[in-house]
Design a protein around this ligand. Structure first.
Ligand SMILES: [Zn+2]
Length: 254
C-alpha cells in the first residue's frame, strides 16, 4: 500500500475543518482504509467543483493523491446524502454521535468494511426511525462487537455465574455486566430488564430496533451503559454527548 501514488475510495465525510486559506481538512471513514485525514484544496472558493461533493455526512467516491503529510482529494462524486440528518434538528445530534463513535473506535489505515456498512446502516435508520436513542445504543454495541469487543451480557463477565435478579453492574473493565459479589458498589447499576434490552439491541438488525418497548428510565440506563463501553474501549469521552443532551432538553421544553 505504501508504494501507491493514488487511490479511489468510497468515503463518508465525517468531520471537516477550515485549513489554510481556502482548503478544508476532512476526516473520512472508508471501508478499505478505516479513518483517513485528507485535504481538499480550494473547496471554500465559490467556484470549487469539489465542494458540493464533500459536505458533512455525504457519502462520496473520492480520488486521492498520496503525499508526504496529508493526502489530497482531487476528485469527488456524491454517492448518497442524508438530508434528514443535516436538516432535522431532532436527528442531527444522533447522527453526530454515531459518526463520532465510529471515528474514535475505527483506527487509521485499517480495513473496516463491516464497521463502514454498519455506520451507513445506522445513518439510514437514524434518518427515518422514531426510536433514535435505541438505534444509537444498538449501533454502539454492534460496532464494538464488530471490532472485537463483544460485551458479555448473558452471564457475569467476571465469574461466569448467571446474573442475579438484582444488584448487577455495568463494568466495561470486565467486558460486560457483572453480578453483585463481583461488582461490589462500583459501576453503573443496571436492572435485569435493562440487561435483557442490551442483549436484544446487541444482536437485532438496526431497522428492527424500534420494536423494542422500553420505558424512559430503562432507555436512559441503556444509553449510559453503551456510552460506558465506548468510553472504555476508545479511552476517551464522546464529546457530542453535551450537544445531544442540550438538543433533547430543548425538545422537551418546546
Ligand atoms: Zn460474578
Amino acid at each position: 500500500m505504501s508504494n501507491e501514488r493514488t487511490y479511489i475510495a468510497e468515503a463518508l465525510v465525517a468531520r471537516r475543518s477550515d485549513y489554510l486559506e481556502a482548503d478544508r481538512r476532512l476526516t473520512l471513514l472508508t471501508p478499505e482504509r478505516g479513518r483517513l485525514t485528507v485535504v481538499a484544496k480550494g473547496v471554500r472558493r465559490p467556484t470549487s467543483r469539489l465542494a458540493g461533493h464533500l459536505e458533512l455526512f455525504t457519502l462520496a467516491k473520492v480520488f486521492v493523491v498520496r503525499r508526504r503529510g496529508l493526502d489530497l482529494v482531487v476528485q469527488a462524486e456524491t454517492v448518497q446524502t442524508f438530508p434528514e440528518l443535516r436538516d432535522d434538528l431532532s436527528r442531527v445530534p444522533y447522527a453526530y454521535q454515531a459518526i463520532e463513535a465510529a471515528l474514535i473506535l475505527v483506527t487509521e489505515e485499517v480495513e473496516a468494511h463491516a464497521e463502514f456498512i454498519l455506520l451507513l446502516k445506522a445513518l439510514s435508520v437514524l434518518a427515518a426511525s422514531a426510536a433514535l436513542p435505541l438505534v444509537l445504543v444498538a449501533f454502539k454495541l454492534q460496532l464494538l462487537a464488530s471490532l472485537g469487543y463483544q460485551t458479555q451480557l448473558v452471564t457475569c463477565a467476571r465469574c461466569g455465574d448467571p446474573l442475579s435478579s438484582s444488584d448487577n453492574r455495568v463494568r466495561p473493565d470486565a467486558g460486560g455486566v457483572v453480578c453483585a459479589p463481583c461488582g461490589g458498589l462500583s459501576g453503573l447499576p443496571i436492572e435485569v430488564r435493562g440487561i435483557k434490552c442490551l442483549r436484544w439491541l446487541a444482536r437485532e438488525p438496526l431497522d428492527s430496533v424500534s420494536r423494542l418497548q422500553a420505558d424512559p428510565a430503562t432507555i436512559a440506563q441503556l444509553e449510559l451503559a453503551a456510552d460506558a463501553f465506548v468510553r472504555y474501549v476508545a479511552e476517551q469521552d464522546l464529546r457530542t454527548t453535551p450537544f445531544l443532551e442540550r438538543m433533547r432538553a430543548l425538545k422537551t421544553q418546546s
